[in-house]
Ligand binder design. Structure first.
Ligand code: ADP
Ligand code: GLC
Length: 491
């Protein structure tokens, strides 16, 4: 199967969150299964093309935009040393910037940038003589590819065998734009804006809706989130659309690329370990704490709760604001966080760090290396998300024998099962109601088990035995791709 994956993020070239890890691992797995994937993404100004071995191709793309055309160039590289081709679309006016979506605020021309990119994907496929069977788009940024496939390229022999699959990673970001500009750039014109239009919601162009309505099949990143989003609370205003397309909506659990996320081989951590040498994990914690100025006299054994996260409302930071300080003040645990995001949360964590210099370690910024160290060093990983389409960090934590404490929602519900001391089964701690009491109770249950044998070792071994591999996830996508081809009448 020729699979064209279009995304605005791919690890390690451009990453804002989990999306990038998924788009980097799926194609490698598909290729192992004998499929023929390519990736297309924008050439951002911050990508070091020389370091990653990208070379420019002698091909000029002519990209229709509204009633005019624009030009772009393609660069070719290979995904993380694999044989999967990744093409970068160069259009400096749009992408030669310091951010992916904004820096720090959303770029005001994101409609134009992403509609251009979505259209360029088709022109790139033609220029490369790549006839896809599947166009796989991710999140609102590439949602317009689904509409383009069914309109401008419907009768183009180059795409006559292609079906569209649209993956929702996060409904909270929908790409709502002014119809006057978005309909101009996409070339559909204002005639397509009317009540009930597949492009429009509440007077705005809604890219997420466009992707949902035009795709042959829609996937989202966990089975539980696929169910949740059919209800008001989680649907972010798209309940009706998601129910209309309910028969074509499938939840596929994200997978972990264990070649990178494995404590036995992780090149970012000093003391590698596996389930049989769990005692070595502690050395990573001690080293981590010492890097923040602690020494042997500081009771380095105290439980350490870690987080690696975007600082947004989604991640449940307000519960932490409400309840964590009590534990730090009483020396019940230490807390460490690596993250970037909203300034109100940054201010709060800086306050905690200032008030509890020996119990709270905060790094504001993006740091791949440090993220690995935190998964290895922490005893627990905290993820009290308000909603969580899938979540990758709890799955990384499991592999590192770092016990997840999560809210029972979305992918967290699918990947974390409460540890029951009586039976010795389960591999985490979770709470359901979004409130401080239930959150705090989950933390207390977790801290009670900390260091208590035989539970502590058993629990961590249960964690490490979990297998949420990207190989499985990639297989599930291939099934959906077949269904999409059937649905489009192509098989
Ligand atoms: P989301 O996509 O909602 O941000 P996920 O858990 O799916 O949440 O994925 C987050 C990804 O981004 C993980 O790979 C995590 O390690 C990484 N990440 C998040 N914040 C940072 C940061 N500040 N530095 C390094 N990596 C980060
Ligand atoms: C989104 C979601 C996260 C998911 C990731 C990758 O950013 O917030 O839960 O794991 O996409 O699919």
């Amino acid at each position: 199967m020729n699979i064209l994956l279009a995304s605005t993020e791919v690890t390690p070239y451009a990453k804002a969150g989990g999306l990038a890890d998924i788009t980097a691992s799926l194609p490698i797995e598909w290729q192992k299964y004998g499929q023929n994937p390519i990736i297309i993404m924008p050439k951002y100004g911050f990508i070091d093309v020389h370091k990653y071995g990208f070379t420019p191709l002698e091909k000029t793309l002519i990209v229709p935009m509204g009633y005019w055309t624009e030009f772009a160039r393609l660069w070719l590289g290979y995904l993380n040393g694999s044989r999967v081709p990744i093409y970068l679309v160069e259009h400096n006016e749009y992408f030669d910037r310091t951010g992916i979506y904004g820096d720090p605020h959303e770029y005001s021309d994101n409609d134009r940038r992403f509609i251009f990119f979505s259209r360029a994907v088709f022109e790139a496929a033609k220029a490369l003589n790549f006839s896809p069977h599947i166009i796989h788009a991710h999140d609102f940024h590439t949602a317009f590819t689904m509409a383009f496939l069914k309109s401008y390229y419907n009768n183009d022999p180059h795409f006559s065998g292609a079906a569209g699959v649209y993956t929702i990673h996060n409904l909270a970001y929908q790409g709502k734009f002014n119809p006057n500009s978005a309909m101009l750039y996409s070339g559909f014109g204002m005639k397509e804006i009317f009540p009930g239009s597949w492009f429009e919601q509440f007077g705005a162009v809604n890219s997420m809706k466009t992707g949902i309505m035009f795709a042959d099949k829609i996937t989202t990143v966990s089975p539980t989130y696929a169910k949740e989003i059919r209800y008001d609370y989680y649907s972010e205003g798209l309940r009706d659309e998601l129910n209309i397309r309910g028969a074509d909506l499938v939840g596929i659990l994200n997978g972990v690329y264990y070649d990178v996320w494995n404590p036995e081989t992780d090149k970012y951590i000093t003391h590698n370990y596996n389930a049989d040498s769990l005692h070595l994990k502690k050395a990573n914690k001690f080293e981590y704490l010492k890097s923040f100025g602690l020494d042997e006299s500081d009771n380095l054994d105290m439980p350490l709760i870690g987080m690696v996260t975007r600082l947004t409302e989604q991640k449940g930071i307000d519960l932490i604001q409400e309840r964590l300080e009590h534990y730090l003040a009483n020396n019940a645990c230490r807390f460490t966080l690596l993250g970037t995001g909203e300034s109100k949360y940054v201010d709060f964590f800086n306050y905690l760090k200032w008030k509890y210099p020996k119990n709270c370690f905060i790094t504001i910024g993006y740091n791949e290396n440090l993220s690995h160290k935190i998964f290895a060093a922490s005893d627990f990983l905290l993820m009290p998300s308000r909603f969580e389409p899938c979540g990758l960090t709890q799955m990384y934590a499991l592999k590192y024998g770092t016990v997840p404490i999560v809210r029972n929602t979305g992918g967290l519900a699918d990947t974390v099962t409460e540890y029951i001391p009586d039976s010795g089964q389960g591999w985490g701690f979770s709470f359901w109601q979004y409130n401080g009491d239930d959150f705090s109770y989950a933390i207390r249950r977790a801290l009670t088990v900390f260091g208590q044998e035989p539970h502590w070792d058993l629990l961590r071994k249960n964690c490490m035995a979990r297998n949420y591999s990207s190989a499985q996830s990639a297989l599930d996508y291939l099934k959906v791709f077949k269904w999409a081809l059937e649905k489009a009448g192509l098989k």
